[in-house]
Design a protein around this ligand. Sequence first.
Ligand SMILES: C[S@@+](CC[C@H](N)C(=O)[O-])C[C@H]1O[C@@H](n2cnc3c(N)ncnc32)[C@H](O)[C@@H]1O
Length: 339
Amino acid sequence: MAIATTINPEFYRVFSPAQVREIMAHLKRDRAIPFKFFYQGKLVEAWDALNVQQDNAPISSAKTDEAFLKRVCIHLFQTETGCDRWNLIDIGAGNPQLVRKLVGTLLENHCLNAYVALDISPDLLTLSETTLTPWFPALHWHGHLWDFERDPMPLALGDYRHTPQAAANLYLYLGGTFCNVGDRITVLRHIAAGMEPGEWLCISFSVDFRDTGPREFDPTHHISHQASQFILDSFGIHPDHAEIVGYFDPDWPGYKTDIRLHRDYDIQVDDGEGAEEAIALQAGDAINIYRFFSYTIEADTSAPQIHADFTAAGLEILSYRIEALLSRAMIVCCRTGAG
Ligand SMILES: C[S@@+](CC[C@H](N)C(=O)[O-])C[C@H]1O[C@@H](n2cnc3c(N)ncnc32)[C@H](O)[C@@H]1O
C-alpha cells in the first residue's frame, strides 16, 4: 500500500502557486523537476557557500570565468567598437561575486550605464542587489524576473539602451547554467531575439574531451544532492525509502542526478489557490532533479555541436576558446548577420 504524505509548509513558502503547478506538471509528465527551481529558499545559502568555495580555491571554474571577463573587458577598451558605454545584462545573474571586478572596472572608467540582473529566482535577485549596491553605491542596479527557458527576453531591456545615457547591451550568460536546461537552442533563440546588431553575448560552460575514459558522476558533494534532499524533505519521503543517484547518461549525453524511489508514495498537493490533487509515485520511479549537457571537444579542440547549436539559434561565434585544465568553453557571439 502506498504511503500517503502531504507537502510541507516550507515548500509552499518558497514557491508561488504558479510554480507549484508547474513543478507538479513536470513531475507527473516527465518524472523530472527542472533544475531552475532549485535556486530559491534555503538552497540560496548552498549557492552562496559554493561561491565562497570557488572564490577561495586557487583554481576554479569561477576564476576561469573571471579571467574570461577580464579578456573581454580589455578587448572592449582596446577596440574601436563605435560604442563607449555598456549595460551589463547578466543572464542567470545569481551571486554577483563573479562580475565584481568587471563592474568595478567599467564604473571606474565611466563606461557602465547600468547593471541588469535577469533571473528566475526572486531570492537571487535580492542577493544580487544587496551585495552589489553596497560595493558600488554609484551603480544603476536593475533586476528583472525572467524564465529564459519559457519566455522571450523582457522588453524593458531595450529601454536601457537609452537610459540614463546611450549605451549598448553586453550580455553575460556565465557559470554553466546554459547546460542545465532541457532545450538549449530555445534559450539561445530567446536571447538572440533580444540582441541588437553588434551586441555581444559572452557565455561559459564546462565541456568534456573525447576519449577521456568512462564518465562518472558522484553527486554526494554536489548541489544537486542538496536539491534532492530538499525534495525528499518537502514531500515527506523517508530517507530509507529513496536514494540519490548520480550518473552519466550516454543517450542524452550528460550528467544527471535522480531520486530513485524504493516505496510507493501518494503525495497530496495543494496549489495554494484551492486546487488539490494527489501525485502517485511508484517504487522504481526515477525523478530527475539535475541535468548537465556535455558537449564533446575533439582532440583539435573543435566542437562541431557547439557551432551547430549556436548557428541553429541564430548566433555567430566571434571568439571560441577552450581552457583545457578545467575543460571550460568560453564563447563570444553576436546575432547572425549582425557583425
Ligand atoms: C549556476 S548559477 C550562475 C550564477 C552566476 N551567473 C555565476 O556564474 O556565478 C545559475 C543562475 O541562473 C538562474 N537560472 C536558472 N535557471 C533559470 C531560468 N530558467 N531562467 C532564468 N534564470 C535561471 C539561477 O536562479 C541562478 O541565479
